[in-house]
Design a protein. Structure first.
Length: 219
């Protein structure tokens, strides 16, 4: 007896992500647009979901989010937590080490060394404070930690070929260069959502209340 061969149906990118969160694809789409990317087109949203699925990142915990790209479209942005997750979940990852160098009591460089299981030699990348530092609060308060993050991200890129994504600070200049964007920037972990205050109009109400003793005295 011949068995009918039924071709396998490929899941859409949205359906794949929805299955991870145990929600309906339509509901996921509504939530993404309402909470993370309110001004994104369907095409931009699909591109974002494909990238998040590719690297196994969760947009609702800010492992990945999006900025408008300078030349149109979107730029997927991965937070340091997302980079660490990608690195730790890679099957060839076999550990990371950091070497910090200071000069005159100030941070100078951080070298990240990633060991890869199927390679004879580890991957090593050095990032320098003079090239990476910015005049921002995180760099002023925790300069060595920030430099370590930069070394980790760049070393992970070289070791595992992560591409098509940017870190937090790489994406910011693209937005800053566009002084008058055609639409608002997508919500990110840098911009918390604040609902506008509800304005309640004042209403004049006549009452028969007797004046207080203080009011009577002042008359």
């Amino acid at each position: 007896m011949n068995k009918e061969i039924i071709p396998s149906q490929k899941q859409s990118a949205l359906a794949i992500m929805a299955s991870k969160f145990n929600v309906e694809p339509a509901r996921l789409l509504e939530t993404l647009k309402a909470t993370l990317m309110p001004k994104a087109s369907n095409e931009e949203l699909l591109s974002f979901v494909v990238t998040a699925n590719q690297y196994g990142l969760n947009p609702f915990t800010r492992e990945i989010y999006a900025f408008p790209a300078r030349n149109g479209g979107i730029q997927p942005v991965v937070s340091v937590d997302g980079w660490i997750k990608m690195m730790n979940s890679h099957p060839s990852f076999d550990g990371i080490q950091f070497t910090t160098e200071d000069k005159d009591g100030k941070p100078w460089s951080v070298t990240a060394t990633i060991h890869v299981k199927d390679r004879t030699h580890p991957v090593e990348v050095t990032e320098y404070f003079s090239e990476c530092s910015r005049n921002t609060e995180p760099w002023k308060v925790n300069p060595r930690r920030m430099l370590r993050h930069k070394a980790l991200i760049q070393c992970a890129r070289v070791a595992f070929g992560f591409s098509g994504i940017a870190d937090d600070e790489e994406a910011i200049p693209q937005v800053a260069l566009n002084v008058t964007p055609s639409r608002p920037i997508f919500r990110s972990k840098l911009e918390p959502t604040v609902e506008p205050p509800v304005v309640i109009p004042s209403v004049s109400v006549e009452t028969n209340a007797q004046p207080s003793a203080e009011e009577t005295t002042n008359e």
